[in-house]
Design a protein around this ligand. Sequence first.
Ligand code: FES
Length: 224
Amino acid sequence: AQDTKDKNTQAPAVPTVTLTIDGRETTVPKGTTVLKAARAMGIHIPTFCWHPKLKPVGSCRMCYVQIEKMPKLAVSCATEAMDGMVVYTDTDEVKRGRRAIIEFILMNHPLDCPTCDKGGECDLQNLTFAHGVDDSRFDFRKYRFTKGASTTFDDKRIGPEIILNRNRCILCYKCVRANKEAFGEYDLGVYERGNIAEINAAPGEQVDNPFSGNLVEICPVGAL
Ligand code: FES
């Protein structure tokens, strides 16, 4: 009778899927993303917008991988692992794709690493070095935000603990998502579209919550 009771109270088995990443087979719970499956195997895939505690949005495209039978490169942070999937994380095509993403980000990002507070611990700087990209083919003038007509600098205080430099922002939305999803705060947002899209404090407000220091930490570049 005890046996029957134990069997009845056992948690149902979690469904799993088996896929191959870089020639090695792995089995993961259904619903796991390709990125998480790869990381669990010790395979590093670069990311900007992904964070383990936030819902994936696939906005930066840095985590490209190649998946057999898929016509284009896929973002591994927002692609669910499927049974029988064959994934490659380090092919020439993947490297070309990631290089193109960095080049695209550098289109407007200033190359001011020597004077940037994040210099030396910046994800963009590290990945730029790692991928051998030092410039962008987009050779028109970079779009520039300025604090006011009398200055070419953008540094502006948006809260007691945060100074924002919109020119350095790569629009990964990590800060805005963390503020909402993890901290339950709504005082930081994204405004406008395209080149002039900007992260900023909500109109008339300051980003002033007990977690605002964490937002500076979570920014992968020196924008906050
Ligand atoms: Fe996957 Fe940004 S990390 S799209």
